[in-house]
Design a protein around this ligand. Structure first.
Ligand SMILES: [Ca+2]
Ligand SMILES: [Ca+2]
Ligand SMILES: [Ca+2]
Length: 252
């Protein structure tokens, strides 16, 4: 259909409006009439294709990311394996070092034990007393018993001991009492109350502690008895005049 428009009269000449036959349409360049449903279907297809393309792209990107992830994981796994192998090697090396250290420790401990034993022996030999000739050793102390037949006052007896760089014996134990009593039936010991009556003091200046080993009824100070003898049969003590002359015993 064509329409002629007169601009002057603004009228449309209906006569000029004629319908063209279908065969004439191609002659004038007209496209065939496209059904609406076909356009819709094409749009749906295009949309579907577009969706497929997008999905394909997404899948491609996802695949690449997966590949990257697998690559990174494989790399990390290989690194961890290397680290594990290195740790194994380190562990083996440390175990060897530990064995060496344990062996060295045993050797040092054995050496220490030997040294301790040597020190013990040295200390023992250092403290072990050696007595002069003529002296008797008892409980690591040295004793000198006066010569047979010799007898002196208490003061002279003490003087003899001092000249021997010793002093009259000090009895501190029952064992020592028994040991000293074996030599003579009567023996001066280093105990007296000559400075103060009934205050018994040893020659080293110490006071008599405890009850001592007095015979029954002693000390009785009969006739001013200020010096102590040890007398048999059981070696117990008796005070008697210091001027009496009997054997004596020195202790160093
Ligand atoms: Ca003693
Ligand atoms: Ca007395
Ligand atoms: Ca007496």
């Amino acid at each position: 259909m064509s329409v002629e428009l007169n601009s002057k009269t603004a009228e449309v000449k209906r006569d000029s409006c004629t319908l063209m036959a279908p065969d004439d349409r191609s002659k004038y360049g007209w496209l065939p009439q496209i059904p609406v449903w076909w356009i819709g279907a094409a749009a749906v297809c295009l949309g579907f294709l577009l969706l497929l393309v997008i999905l394909g792209l997404v899948a491609q990107i996802g695949l690449m990311e997966c590949e990257n992830l697998v690559y990174n994981l494989t790399k990390d796994r290989d690194a961890l394996r290397d680290e594990r192998d290195q740790l194994k090697r380190n562990s083996s090396s440390l175990k060897k070092e530990l064995d060496v250290l344990q062996s060295q420790y045993k050797a040092v401990a054995a050496s220490r034990d030997k040294l301790q034993e040597d020190v013990r022996r040295l200390n023992h030999s250092k403290t072990e007393r050696i007595c002069y000739q003529g002296w008797i050793k008892f409980n690591n102390k040295c004793y000198y018993a006066s010569d047979k037949g010799a007898a002196k006052t208490w003061e002279e007896s003490r003087k003899d001991c001092l000249q021997r760089r010793a002093d009259l014996v000090i009895i501190t134990t029952k064992d020592e009492l028994v040991f000293v009593s074996k030599f003579y039936s009567r023996t001066w010991i280093g105990l007296s109350d000559m400075q103060q009556e009934n205050k018994w003091r040893w020659v080293d200046g110490s006071d008599l502690e405890g009850r001592g080993f007095w015979q029954s009824g002693e000390p009785n100070n009969v006739g001013n008895e200020d010096c102590v003898e040890l007398s048999n049969p059981n070696g117990e003590w008796n005070d008697m005049p210091c001027e009496n002359e009997i054997p004596w015993m020195c202790e160093d």
